[in-house]
Design a protein around this ligand. Structure first.
Ligand SMILES: Cc1ncc(COP(=O)(O)O)c(C=O)c1O
Length: 496
């Protein structure tokens, strides 16, 4: 880091503004907290005083030239990037912007099948053609993990005209792919590499953690600082380190998606969390990793529970593992992850990040205290005592290694006329929406793919085995393309 990371240009200026005797005739209408409401009663006037729009001196996020520019330059320096953009719409916005500004309609993008739904939505916005690569699936837990380099290589060789490769670093569960090699392969083939680092903002701050996307040489990455760095929810950044990225197009795409009234609180929180990590991140992350590993050992002594560690992921072929994620397999107790999640929250007041069929996940950060981990271990011991002796769950994940046949691009399917029908009658129809099962969080179909009998049986299997089926349509129904209207529609709609 070359810059003075003690500085917080935006936060400092915002506090100066909040403490000034300025008369507000601008928005927001709360006039620095002078209307008064129940929220203000709880959080206090100070929070409202910090919620400014874009008064003089506080710069403009759409075209920063002052304190936001300065804060972004510090952010870029902290993250080994050439440029950083502040986002107030989360990494959801970052993923949309990366894909929309890089891949034009009908151009190809290579991506893992377990992408976040914002990446599928970006295909609709951009008109891009996805080339999916199946991630490695844990045969015991059914969760989607890393990308095999060989699979990415195959996709690159089969589609040398692809514009870019999209990777996840790390996955929600902490699995890491060999990103450096993937970047080299992609660059040798003139492809841009962009990363979803929603769960990996902290990676670059510790030598004990896997490489961040920027350190691995990726061109673009979006990081949810709100998930692991302590900024406020929805605050993220988009990082660029590449000559091959069209900065003007990227900037205008971000501006297209971002509010013209970005939250000053969110931006200030990005500034503040960056400083904390630059000053204290390495030491506090190291302490956290030790605490996490110690907690894994303690959990592994509790009957029928298994806390997964780096060795487990490496055994499955992951290149690395983010040890700040804590996965606990609970299904050997005879309960599923959803039951454990509910019981932990409702009875023991321990809130986990998520539950899956077999497991629960805790996302740890430098804000996690030893007593918080003790509370989890104590609660798990009580749960283990309560359920020990029950029969094992017979659930086995079902893994399909082929993707549905594609009829049309997601964007065309999105614009096509639709109808609703029972899922059981939908064989041979073209999906008009994504249907995802959780776990493993992989879309079974996305808009434009053909729904086969196999897919219907698979969804049925997952449902019977405790997975949640996620789609826009009410349970048991699916939105499909109305083929009778489609022909007429195709004639009038020439899409780019
Ligand atoms: C893998 C992954 N990517 C992207 C996102 C979107 O990030 P954000 O919540 O910052 O919009 C999430 C959100 O949970 C995610 O899990």
């Amino acid at each position: 880091m070359d810059k003075d990371q003690q500085k917080t240009p935006f936060l400092t200026k915002l506090i100066e503004y909040a403490n000034s005797d300025i008369v507000s005739h601008d928005v927001p209408g709360h006039k620095l907290g002078r209307i008064g409401n129940d929220l203000e009663d709880y959080v206090g006037e100070k929070t409202f005083r910090l919620d400014a729009n874009a008064p003089r001196g506080l710069d403009n996020l759409n075209r920063p030239t002052g304190v936001i520019k300065e804060a972004s330059e510090l952010m870029a320096d902290a993250f080994d990037a050439e440029q950083a953009y502040f986002l107030t719409g989360g990494t959801t916005l970052g993923i949309l912007a990366m894909i929309m500004s890089t891949v034009r309609a009908k151009e190809k993008i290579i991506m893992p099948r377990n992408v976040h739904k914002s990446a599928i939505n970006a295909l609709i916005f951009s008109g891009a053609v996805p080339i999916f690569v199946q991630p490695h699936i844990d045969p015991e837990l059914g969760i989607a993990n890393h990308l095999e380099v060989s699979e990415v290589k195959k996709a690159i060789e089969a589609h040398p005209d692809a514009k870019c490769v999209f990777a996840i670093n790390p996955t929600y569960f902490g699995a890491i792919s060999d990103l450096k090699t993937i970047v080299e392969l992609a660059h040798e083939n003139n492809m841009i590499v962009m990363c979803d680092e929603a769960h990996g903002s902290h990676l670059g701050f510790s030598d004990r953690l896997p490489l961040s996307a920027m350190q691995a040489g990726a061109d673009l990455s979006s990081c949810s600082l709100h998930k692991t760095l302590g900024s406020l929810t929805q605050s993220s950044i988009l990082l660029v380190n590449s000559e091959n990225v069209d900065h003007l197009r990227l900037r205008s795409t971000i501006n297209m998606l971002q509010s013209t009234s970005p939250s000053s609180l969110l931006m200030a929180s990005l500034d503040a969390s960056r400083k904390t990590f630059c000053m204290e991140g390495e030491e506090r992350l190291s302490k956290l990793i030790d605490m996490a590993n110690d907690t894994r050992k303690r959990i592994n002594k509790i009957p029928h529970l298994k806390a997964l560690d780096k060795d487990y992921f490496k055994m499955l072929g992951s290149f690395g593992y983010d040890e700040t994620k804590l996965i606990i397999k609970v299904s050997n107790l005879g309960i599923n992850g959803f039951e454990a999640y509910r019981e932990l929250a409702d009875i023991h007041h321990v809130q986990m990040e998520l539950a899956e069929t077999h497991l629960i996940l805790a996302v740890l950060s430098i804000g996690t205290r030893q007593e918080d981990l003790d509370a989890l271990v104590d609660a798990l011991q009580i749960i283990s005592d309560k359920y020990s002796g029950q029969k094992l769950m017979p659930i086995k994940p079902k893994v399909r290694y082929t993707f549905p046949e594609v009829f049309t691009r997601p964007r065309e399917a999105y614009h096509a006329p639709k109808k609703y029908m029972p899922l059981t009658d939908a064989a041979g129809e073209i999906a008009g929406e994504s249907v995802m099962i959780y776990p493993p969080g992989i879309p079974i179909v996305i808009p434009g793919e053909i729904i086969s009998e196999d897919i219907i049986n698979e969804l049925d299997f997952y449902k019977k085995n405790g997975s949640t089926i996620l789609s826009d349509t009410e349970s048991g129904f699916i939105k499909v393309i109305d083929k009778t209207e489609w022909i007429k529609w195709e004639k009038i709609y020439e899409d780019e």
